[in-house]
Ligand binder design. Structure first.
Ligand code: FES
Ligand SMILES: [Fe+2]
Length: 439
């Protein structure tokens, strides 16, 4: 029995509403979840040239990701060593140095302090070796996806992703040109806890015909998803929902959905059919039969492969999330097809996207529904499908039906373990007591 058992039961069937609403829990998450895990920062296609940079966050800590003059990727905390202002202001750009707007200290692309105007005026030499921006100690990439970690001792990114890589390849390694993440992110605020959008895209396929009934009710896609779909846990905390199409399915059926979630025209369909042989060659016959739904990578990166989008759930307090969403596309796809894929993203999952709006409204109501009094003794139920998950002969990880919530149980078991481990290592007894009082 531990203190957090009152928030997440050992089997993760019962989860306290306070997991989504309590500021004390949120404070622990920033230290022990965001401070300890690989966090998605950017994609290499966002900073292709020396001097390019993009802004990111680890939790609420602002990060500058750069491509240095050495062509290597660096990440530093975006906070001046003099008084703490952010030194990089635009979402993206190209520069030789970042100049703090307050007193003009400048930092190079690796975060080292270059010049401070006051040095000359005072006739002094500052200890520049110790006055650079604080570096993110670990930065690694997988298929262009750049992750950073505050904990220098974290396992390598590839191990952290585990079998999630097998599924990520389907989106980021479909063709020789790889994928590109385009432009600056769409950003919007949602009045919900940061875990709620992640949880949705770990594998909450079951809400489709209900919340999105106007679009999906009666669609043959719903039947296909329920018959051929799987919720997979490639590694605890990560989740994937996909359809595995039968070997004898038509080429068209193997590639995309005919109705519901896509707006593809004949030209796009013909292009995808042409590409299929290359996909099969690169990824093999099983992965060429996989049809996309959604992915999440622990703790806060989500991907909607079928709608070409990558999104990060940026925490801004227990009840506020800043959602950052990008359009992702194969680099070597013809421009005319790219435009159609972009429309397909924007129409469904851009800031005004029909599905995005419905999801955001549900997430907001989820927060409101849990941030109430007199129900702390009534836990939320996460037990659907327990025991039904199994090893699949063709799909790495544990596989369950699309109604099985094992993906979210694995997420919250990991979440609980990490907070407990972090707190006990720090011997944060007063905070343990504060948490206990919340339950
Ligand atoms: S706060 Fe950055 S130079 Fe003073
Ligand atoms: Fe949805």
């Amino acid at each position: 029995m531990s203190y957090l058992d009152e928030f997440v039961s050992a089997d993760a069937h019962r989860i306290s509403r306070r997991v989504f609403t309590a500021e004390e829990i949120y404070r622990q998450e920033k230290r022990h979840i965001f401070g300890q895990n690989w966090i998605y920062l950017s994609h290499e296609s966002q900073i292709p040239n020396a001097g390019d940079y993009a802004l990111a966050y680890i939790g609420e800590t602002p990060i500058i990701v750069t491509r240095g003059l050495d062509n290597q990727i660096h990440a530093s905390i975006n906070s001046c060593t003099h008084r703490g202002l952010p030194v990089a202001r635009a979402d993206r750009g190209n520069t030789k140095r970042f100049i703090c707007p307050y007193h003009g200290w400048s930092y190079d692309l690796q975060g080292n302090l270059g010049a401070a105007p006051q040095e000359r005026k005072l006739g002094i030499k500052l200890d520049k070796d110790n006055l650079g921006l604080k570096k993110v100690p670990r930065v690694e990439t997988y298929l262009g996806l750049i992750f950073g970690c505050i904990n220098p001792l974290i396992e390598p990114l590839e191990t952290y992703l585990g079998d999630m890589r097998w599924y990520l390849d389907c989106m980021f390694d479909r063709s020789g040109g790889g994928a590109e993440v385009v432009g600056t992110p769409h950003k919007w605020s949602i009045n919900c806890n940061w875990k709620v959008p992640v949880e949705n895209q770990l594998g909450d396929v079951a809400h489709g015909p209900h919340l999105h009934g106007a679009l999906l009710k009666g669609s043959s896609q719903v039947d296909e998803i329920e018959r051929l779909g799987f919720n997979i846990v490639p590694k605890d905390g990560h989740g994937v929902a996909v359809r595995l199409m039968p070997e004898d399915a038509s080429l068209e059926d193997k590639i995309f959905a005919k109705d519901g979630l896509t707006l593809f025209d004949k030209e796009t369909i013909a292009y995808m059919q042409e590409q299929h042989a290359e996909v099969e060659e690169r990824l093999g016959k099983v992965r060429a039969r996989l049809k996309p739904l959604c992915y999440s990578i622990y703790p806060n990166l989500s991907l909607l492969w079928g709608n070409s989008t990558l999104r990060v759930s940026q925490p801004r307090g227990a009840g506020k999330t800043e959602y950052w969403s990008w359009w992702v596309v194969g680099k070597d796809i013809p421009d005319s097809i790219k435009m159609k894929l972009q429309k397909n993203y924007t129409f469904f999952f851009g800031p005004g996207g029909i599905l995005e709006q419905e999801d955001s409204e549900a997430w907001t109501q989820q927060y409101a529904g849990n941030n109430i009094d007199y129900v702390d003794d009534q836990y939320l139920y996460f037990g659907l499908g327990e025991g039904e998950q199994h090893k699949h002969p063709e799909l790495p990880g544990m596989a369950g039906s699309v109604f099985n919530e094992h993906y979210v149980r694995a997420f919250y078991k990991r979440w609980k373990r990490e907070i407990e481990d972090g707190m006990s290592m720090e011997k944060l007894d007063p905070q343990l007591i504060a948490l206990k009082n919340l339950a």
